[in-house]
Each structure stands twice: as structure tokens, then as C-alpha cells.
Write a protein that binds this ligand. Structure first.
Ligand code: NAP
Length: 278
């Protein structure tokens, strides 16, 4: 099999939650560009969801969209069954939909805690369970890819519920990787840093000051990530090229997580070495 064929997703069907906007939208279209048929789940953005369906069908692939609030966790097994039947099976599950609230730890209400856990964790668990059962029954060596976050690896103040939810996704994914490995099903996470989407758009912060501060700490280009920066990782993990990768995470953060709080700038002898060339 050629290297090119290893990334070919023809004949494969993917279910992507949160496929109407942001990273999920980019991955949905990216998988279709590699030959996959794609079903998306969204919560409210119907026009955007329809546009994704149109973009995928214009590539000659089949596409479906279903409106469903993933916080309604009791209905998730039925959602998986409906999607499986409508699409004629499923090879790839991408648990992408997620949400977060920026608020101090002692201001977190049961409502924001529960909603974060329901969408970011419970939905991931229940859909993975329902889809994995079908993959196993159908002898499908499927793929489960969970959108976690760098916040699942290192905490950020003001996001205790979000951090906890993504940490849970990390451990859940490793657990499933072990249990589903014998069936040839891989389970991995993608951990973005800050990617330019609408998530976090409602955070009550000084956006301009934050952007300047944050970008100064991104080794790779001093910029936020773009949706396109996440698509290749999803294609790799969904494809035959990723057949022997499981229980892993791919961090897409421009290198932010590589760095501890640095001290080199406090060494006058070395100050500006890289830029001044001396
Ligand atoms: P986004 O732009 O806000 O898009 C979120 C998507 O999820 C939308 O399609 C939305 O549907 C859907 N969604 C949200 N809540 C839902 C619910 N209850 N039921 C069904 N669908 C729901 O988010 P994003 O930035 O692309 O983030 C995607 C994933 O990456 C999330 O898991 C997020 O935690 C993770 N992540 C993102 C970043 C980042 O900087 N962007 C960083 C780290 C991790 P509607 O369009 O209908 O609302």
C-alpha cells in the first residue's frame, strides 16, 4: 500500500459531534476531502450545519446532519443507533463538541459544572460505548478520536470544570485504548492549545491584552492556531496510517506546552542573543 493510500478514507464513515462550526467543521470537511462520508451532530447552528453538509456532498461524499443537545445524555445511545442505521455503519467517531466557562472556582454553579461534564465527558463516554459496541459486533477496526485540550494536561486558573472534564477525557481515552485494542479499535486524543474559533468568545476578558500576552508565549510563529492546524492529526488518526497508534495524544499548541516559566531573559549576558546575533 502506498503512503498516499494509507491516508485514503474512501469507504469509511465518520460521525463527528460539533461538526457545524470550528474545529469539528474543519475536521468534517477534511475527512471528506480524504474520501470519507460524514455525519455531523450540532446543537443549534442549523444554517452552518447545512453548509457543512453541502460542502461535503459537493466533494462527492455522503453527508448527514442531526440536531441534538449532547447534554441530553439519556438519549445518546439512541443517537448512536440512529446515526449508525442512517449511514450504514461507522468507522470513525470523533467526539469533538465541547464547551467551557471562564469563572473563578468558587463561583462555579452546579449548572455550569454539570453541563460541562455532561457535554465534555458523559457524551464522550456514552457515544464511545454505543459506537464501539457496534464496531465490535460488525468486526470493524474503528477509530475513536476525542478532542481533549492542553487543559486536560496542565490546569489553567478559572477553568476548573473544563480542566477536570478534559483530564477525564484523557484518562477515559487511555482506558478505552486498552480495552478496545484487542478489537483493533484505536482511541486517541487531540489536544489543541488556543485555536481561533468561537469557543471562549463569551469569556469576560480584555481580549486585546490577552491575545498580545498569549501570542508572545507561542514559540511557533507567535500566533494562535487555526482550525486547519488540527485537521491533519485527525486524518492521520482516522486512517490506516494510524493503525498502530493508540492511547496517545497529539498536542497542537505551537509549542506552548514545551516551556516552563523561563529565566533566560534574566541573564544579561545572553539577553537578545537570538535576535542580536552576538
Ligand atoms: P466551537 O467553535 O465553539 O464549536 C463547538 C461545536 O460543538 C459546535 O458545532 C457546536 O454546535 C457543538 N456543540 C457545543 N455544545 C453542544 C451540545 N451541547 N450538543 C451538540 N453540539 C454541541 O468549539 P471549538 O473551538 O471548535 O472546539 C471543539 C473542541 O475542541 C471542543 O471539545 C473544545 O473543548 C476543544 N478545544 C478547543 C480549543 C480552541 O482553542 N478552540 C482548545 C482546546 C480544546 P452549534 O454550532 O450548533 O452550537
Amino acid at each position: 500500500m502506498s503512503a498516499h493510500e494509507r491516508f485514503d478514507l474512501s469507504g469509511r464513515t465518520a460521525l463527528i459531534t460539533g461538526g457545524s462550526r470550528g474545529i469539528g467543521r474543519g475536521i468534517a470537511i477534511g475527512l471528506a476531502q480524504h474520501g470519507a462520508d460524514v455525519a455531523i451532530v450540532y446543537r443549534s447552528a442549523e444554517r452552518e450545519a447545512n453548509e457543512v453538509v453541502e460542502a461535503i456532498t459537493s466533494l462527492g461524499r455522503r453527508a448527514w446532519a442531526e440536531r441534538y443537545d449532547l447534554a441530553e445524555t439519556d438519549g445518546l445511545a439512541d443517537l448512536a443507533a440512529r446515526t449508525w442505521d442512517a449511514t450504514g455503519g461507522g468507522h470513525v467517531l470523533i467526539n469533538n463538541a465541547g464547551l467551557g466557562y471562564l469563572e473563578h472556582f468558587n463561583r462555579i454553579t452546579p449548572e455550569t459544572w454539570n453541563r460541562t461534564m455532561a457535554v465534555n465527558v458523559d457524551a464522550v463516554f456514552r457515544l464511545s460505548q454505543a459506537m464501539a459496541e457496534r464496531m465490535i459486533a460488525g468486526g470493524i477496526q474503528g477509530r475513536i478520536i476525542n478532542l481533549s485540550s492542553v487543559n486536560g494536561l496542565v490546569a489553567e486558573a478559572g477553568l476548573a470544570h473544563y480542566n477536570a472534564s478534559k483530564g477525564a477525557v484523557e484518562m477515559l481515552s487511555q482506558s478505552l485504548a486498552i480495552e478496545l485494542g484487542p478489537h483493533g479499535i484505536t482511541v486517541n486524543t487531540i489536544c489543541p492549545g488556543i485555536i481561533e474559533t468561537e469557543i471562549g468568545g463569551e469569556f469576560d476578558i480584555d481580549v486585546e491584552a490577552f491575545c498580545q500576552y498569549f501570542k508572545a508565549h507561542v514559540p511557533l510563529g507567535q500566533r494562535f492556531g487555526e482550525v486547519e492546524d488540527c485537521v491533519g492529526a485527525a486524518v492521520l488518526l482516522a486512517s490506516r496510517a494510524g493503525a498502530y497508534i493508540t492511547g496517545q495524544r497529539i498536542v497542537i499548541d505551537g509549542g506552548v506546552m514545551c516551556e516552563q516559566v523561563p529565566r533566560i531573559q534574566f541573564m544579561p549576558r545572553y539577553r537578545n542573543t537570538l535576535t542580536a546575533g552576538d
